[in-house]
Design a protein around this ligand. Structure first.
Ligand code: SF4
Ligand code: SF4
Length: 410
């Protein structure tokens, strides 16, 4: 998609501390130039996605309505790039040099989580395996699928670099079997490589969640409150692997990504390569706009996504897709009484008791939800709400409960 005339680049697009702006109003910037420095241990620098003039450094809303300090750049249309530092032969780079290059490029987990990749590549314990998460198990989202088909070489190049950086001897590309074209292309690319394999997985939700993926592929169980490194592995997203490869071979920083635009209320759904900072409204208009009034606009997938409150909110590095759902597709919570059917308990992939967790959270019994019901183990997959015959807003209440607990400690 062509770059917009103005981009709004938030200085926090990741889990962790916000970046310090290092440009001022009136400065001229080039594409790929660092404009925000992430100085904290968990943070990720941000870069200009167009060349042009900085016209504001001020708080601007994200799609959620939350305001974040952002750099606003007027695009001069020249796409003048900075001369990024290329690494040369990845196989000769030291692990720390790879991590430094990934950090400089501002790469974060592009599947939605936005955790800084250079931190994840330096695991606290030895790891033996890097898993590439190509499950993409939520309905509608197809950006990782297309990337695996079209940019498999780059993804494998990024995987090898990440194995080198984290000290893992094995790399596994995990793909659900409803993407046979991706399995075929990736299998061909890795032919003859003994340390790499494709794991073809049954189609199951929420298999794309880290802990579920590790269990399905390696039969290892990440302990409650633990990390993948506790069971010897690191999980990385497809797009993240490609971004790592581009950073090392082209000196490219993380300033664009592929975004799925889909849903029954979108006239011409598709995947687009979009500059970070592009307003969501622009990408919907580029897909022909809405057919009538959408019943819901969701950032991310229908199960784990969040409502879009402000269409002027920009695409960020971890923004995988936007859905315009029509009335048939948008299921609303009715919140009838719980009939104790236990369906939510049976489907919870984390072994929780969602009916009680939801009730405790809704009633503000947050300490009990934390101590007795392990609320932090909830991965917010929405399966409990999805199966509930009483249409109870279980995951909404659980999210509110977690937010309440966070507020208590801050
Ligand atoms: S959202 Fe519901 S089903 Fe999913 S992990 Fe949390 S409690 Fe379990
Ligand atoms: S699925 Fe719904 S109705 Fe059934 S036990 Fe869970 S909350 Fe109650």
């Amino acid at each position: 998609m062509p770059a917009p005339s103005i981009v709004v680049i938030p200085l926090r697009q990741h889990i962790g501390a916000i970046c310090e702006p290092i440009v001022s109003v009136g400065d001229r910037v080039k594409m790929g130039q660092k404009i925000g420095e992430g100085t904290a241990f968990i943070s990720a620098s941000v870069h200009a996605s167009v060349s042009g003039e900085v016209i504001a450094v001020e708080e601007r809303p994200l799609f959620s309505g939350e305001k974040v300090l952002s750099v606003v750049i007027k695009n001069d249309g020249l796409d003048e790039k900075i001369d990024g530092k290329r690494a040369g032969d990845i196989n000769k780079m030291s692990p720390s040099a790879i991590c430094t290059a990934v950090k400089e490029a501002g790469i974060v987990g592009m599947g939605g989580a936005g955790f800084p990749t250079h931190v994840k590549l330096n695991p606290p314990k030895p790891v033996d395996t890097v898993l590439i998460n190509g499950a993409e198990c939520e309905p509608y989202l197809t950006c990782d699928h297309r990337l695996m088909v079209e940019w498999a070489d780059e993804m494998i190049g990024g995987l090898k670099a990440m194995m080198r950086a984290s000290g893992a001897a094995k790399g596994i590309i995990c793909i659900e079997e409803n993407k046979p074209d991706a399995i075929a292309v990736v299998s061909q690319v890795i032919e003859g490589e003994e340390d790499l394999e494709v794991a073809s997985l049954q189609v199951r939700y929420p298999q794309g969640a880290e802990k579920q993926l590790i269990k399905a592929v390696l039969d290892r169980e990440v302990p409650s409150g633990g990390l993948p490194a506790d069971v010897g592995c690191v999980v990385q997203n497809v797009h993240t692997a490609i971004a790592v490869y581009e950073a090392l071979t082209q000196g490219k920083s993380s300033y664009e990504r592929v975004v799925t635009v889909s849903g029954g209320a979108i006239l011409d759904p598709r995947n687009l390569l979009v500059r970070v900072g592009t307003p969501i409204q622009n990408i919907i208009e580029y897909c022909g706009g809405f057919m009538g009034e959408p019943a819901a606009i969701v950032a991310g997938g229908p199960m784990t996504g969040q409502p879009v409150v402000d269409l002027l909110g920009p695409v960020t590095k971890a923004f995988s897709g936007v859905l315009g759902l029509n009335a048939q597709e948008a299921a609303f919570d009715e919140n009838r009484p719980c009939i104790r059917c236990t369906l939510c308990v049976q489907v919870c992939p984390m072994g929780l008791v969602p009916n009680l967790l939801g009730e405790y959270s809704a009633k503000g019994l947050l300490d009990q939800a934390e101590e007795k019901l392990n609320i932090w183990d909830c991965i917010e997959c929405s399966l409990c709400s999805y199966v509930c015959p009483s249409k109870r807003a279980l995951v909404t209440w659980i999210k509110q409960g977690k937010a309440g607990l966070r507020e208590k400690v801050s």
